[in-house]
Ligand binder design. Structure first.
Ligand code: ADP
Ligand code: MG
Length: 254
């Protein structure tokens, strides 16, 4: 599991007025959970994810991953950012293999895994294509396969579908739930969409405007597997309203 304790992040700035991006964030994520974090723009969501990804230092507090203090990027974590950040000169398969090279894993074995993951994300037949030959949704699927290729326990996702059109986004949400169920991963997904946060999650973490802190945790007891029809149900609407109330009380809209 991931255990976050009293996490603070203060950015120094040019004008000498430091920015407190995270304030005393405490969060435990259990194995197998799907947790979403929703909050207004600038509340520190990306900051939180970068710290968990091991690419940004925190100012104080601690992060434990499976009981061990996090120091730099961990092999137990896979990360998906809003932009898929694919290497344009590499094929789809070669892009998925990047973490294998960085972590010096067994190439032959990992290649099989990479091909299976491309099947899983609906890209069978695209292994030898180049990123520019793919749509935005397909590129993000490559990003997801790349994040899973070293078989991490946890998948961290920062607004992974934020740049996609609404229909593609719905489709990607359904696919992500299937991947989560099939691979038995633990997922922390950040979004500014309340509906997306509710649709995916076992638990929605609501963050307040700066300095970012957790203002509420809402358990989502909608049945699984989730379907797009559920979005029109009163129960779903009630969850969305509950989350929105927090933002209205806070004076900010995500
Ligand atoms: P979110 O992802 O929720 O939109 P961020 O984590 O990107 O928010 O940013 C949180 C706050 O920290 C914002 O006010 C942002 O301007 C500030 N911030 C982010 N990165 C830096 C940085 N490198 N230096 C200074 N301030 C930063
Ligand atoms: Mg962000």
């Amino acid at each position: 599991m991931i255990s976050i304790r009293d996490l603070n992040k203060i950015y120094p700035t040019q004008d000498g007025q430091p920015i407190q991006a995270l304030s005393n964030v405490n969060l435990d994520i259990e194995r197998g959970e799907f947790v979403t974090v929703v909050g207004p723009s600038g509340c520190g969501k990306t900051t939180l994810l970068k710290i968990l990804a091991g690419i940004l230092d925190n100012s104080s507090g601690s992060v434990l991953v499976n009981g061990t203090a996090l120091r730099g990027p961990s092999r137990q974590l896979g990360v998906v950012f809003q932009e898929p950040l694919l290497l344009p000169w590499r094929t789809v398969l070669e892009n998925v293999m990047v973490p294998v090279e960085i972590q010096r894993l067994d190439r032959t074995k990992s290649r099989k895994t990479a091909e299976q993951l491309l099947d899983l994300v609906g890209l069978d037949g695209f292994a030898e294509k180049y990123p520019k030959e793919l749509s935005g949704g397909m590129q993000q699927r490559v990003g997801i396969a790349r994040a899973l290729v070293h078989d991490p326990d946890f998948l961290l996702m920062d607004e992974p579908f934020g740049a996609l059109d609404a229909m593609t986004r719905d489709q990607m949400n359904l696919e992500l739930l299937e991947i989560w169920a099939a691979k038995k991963k633990t997922i922390l997904l950040i979004t500014h969409s309340i509906a997306e946060a509710v649709f995916l999650a076992d638990r929605v973490i609501v963050m307040s405007a700066r300095p970012g802190r957790i203002s509420e945790t809402i358990d989502v007891d909608l049945p699984r597997p989730r379907t797009l029809q559920m979005i029109n149900s009163d129960e779903f609407g009630a969850y969305v309203s509950r989350v929105r109330e927090h933002f209205l009380a806070d004076g900010a809209h995500p």
